[in-house]
Design a protein around this ligand. Structure first.
Ligand code: MLT
Length: 307
């Protein structure tokens, strides 16, 4: 049960380390964003900000742990767009994502990339789509499980193009990427924060970016729309949430620390090298996340119900 923290605790907050739970494996894209931001928030909060990874079921399990945690500002969730799909994808979930969390703020919006193992035969996205409808139908497609953004991207791709994929779920796309590089799976659609280095290192084959326009860090990689798939777009917005009942002053303090963290030169430079940018200060707020989250829940509920 949510119990409001006493007022004196809110003024002193934080007096001990804060844990940010990332409901995906270490070394993956959510983990990368969380660790960078946590380190920068530590400076402002004057307390350690620890990361705990708890992957599984697309992030719905770990998110549930935060939903059930004490609403005292010491357990937070950092995850992404996927949280807005859990209600539609897991009807028996023990919590309702739209009601179980109090927002802290948006963090970043990450482009995604369709990538293949290095020796996958198709040379470009158009060839890949043909291949997946013919000899390559049922190619293995690594995801972080139902509701992960890697899974959502695959669903949209199947819906838009009619290709056939065999989904291989992992506890996060960190381990899935290890298998893609090793050639154990054929394809993924993953965030640039987990693909740029492997693309530049020539360890995997880039097919397309999922944004409307090409992105500066991967200018040679075309958009999916350039291969004739109209209006295909998905990005992974990330955010920080607290369990429902977390006092407003605590969330405002966290939001202020987040806003400062997002202006850190290290965060800006690391994000840029991984194909993304921090959100502007006005979006790293409870109000902005609340608006985005509720509208995304509505959008994905309709989209997933229709499919
Ligand atoms: C991860 O960190 O593993 C990803 O964010 C999972 C996903 O694809 O959603």
């Amino acid at each position: 049960m949510a119990i409001a923290a006493p007022a004196f605790a809110q003024e002193d907050y934080p007096t001990r380390p804060i844990t940010i739970l990332v409901p995906a494996a270490a070394g993956g894209p959510s983990d990368t964003v969380a660790r960078l931001v946590a380190e920068a928030m530590r400076a402002d909060l004057g307390q350690q900000v620890l990361i705990e990874n708890a992957g599984g079921a697309g992030g719905s399990l770990g998110s549930g742990r935060v939903a059930a945690a004490e609403p005292d500002g010491y357990t937070l969730l950092l995850y992404h767009i996927g949280v807005s799909t859990f209600g539609a994808l897991y009807p028996d979930l023990a919590y309702k994502p739209g009601e179980a969390f109090d927002p802290v703020g948006l963090v970043t919006e990450v482009p995604m990339t369709v990538v293949g193992r290095k020796d996958l035969p198709p040379g470009d996205m158009t060839e890949l789509l043909g291949y997946l409808k013919g000899e390559g139908a049922g190619a293995t497609f690594g995801t972080a499980g139902v509701g992960a953004v890697s899974d959502l991207c695959g669903r949209l791709l199947v819906e838009a193009t009619g290709v056939k994929l065999t989904v291989v779920p992992y506890k996060g796309t960190g381990p899935a990427m290890t298998d893609l590089v090793g050639g154990q799976i054929d394809l993924m659609c993953d965030q640039t924060t987990n693909t740029v280095n492997q693309i530049k290192g020539d360890e995997i084959k880039p097919y397309a970016v999922t944004t409307k326009e090409r992105i500066p860090v991967l200018l040679d990689v075309p958009t999916i729309s350039e291969s004739g798939v109209k209006d295909f777009e998905i990005t992974a917005w990330h955010a920080i949430w607290a369990p429902k009942g977390t006092p407003e002053p605590i969330r405002q303090k966290l939001s202020a620390a987040l806003q400062k963290a997002l202006t850190s030169q290290t965060v800006i430079e690391r994000f840029a090298s991984l194909g993304t940018v921090p959100v502007p200060a006005e979006l790293a707020t409870p109000a902005a996340l609340d608006k985005r989250f509720q509208s995304e829940i509505e959008r994905w509920s309709k989209l997933l119900a229709a499919n």
